[in-house]
Write a protein that binds this ligand. Structure first.
Ligand code: HEM
Length: 97
């Protein structure tokens, strides 16, 4: 069985293009299973995906997100708990006209 690092490599680096193939198409590695799989698969997966899409697109359409201090960006280090969450940080949400 391949190790975590063999599958994900630099998993702690923000590199969304890891989900694009060589021709730029979205690709989903079979190891990517945020909603689990099999008998215990999340019953709310399609609802959650719809909600995430609506929330994210609405926020992006209505606000521009800016760093509070551009010379001192928040850390990309996460905090491990039940999930791997971002470290607490402040952000400026500027309404788009
Ligand atoms: C981003 C959002 C969500 C993620 C990442 C997520 C992830 C998961 C995961 C990994 C499991 C399996 C847990 C286990 O194996 O014990 C699970 C189970 C479950 N989820 Fe979600 N979930 C999300 C949203 C939702 C929503 C919105 C609902 C309902 C409206 C929901 C309902 C359930 C239920 C009922 C189970 C238990 C399934 C079973 O064991 O029979 N989830 N979820």
């Amino acid at each position: 069985m391949p190790s975590f690092y063999q599958i994900w490599g630099d998993a702690d680096v923000f590199r969304p293009n890891r989900f694009l193939d060589s021709s730029g198409k979205v690709t989903k590695p079979e190891e990517f299973i945020p909603f689990s799989t099999g008998r215990r698969v999340c019953l709310g997966e399609s609802l959650a995906k719809m909600e995430l899409f609506l929330f994210m697109t609405t926020l992006m359409q209505r606000f521009e997100f800016k760093a509070v201090d551009p010379d001192n960006l928040p850390t990309l280090k996460g905090v491990f708990g039940i999930t791997h969450a971002p470290t607490k940080y402040d952000v400026r949400a500027v309404p788009r006209c």
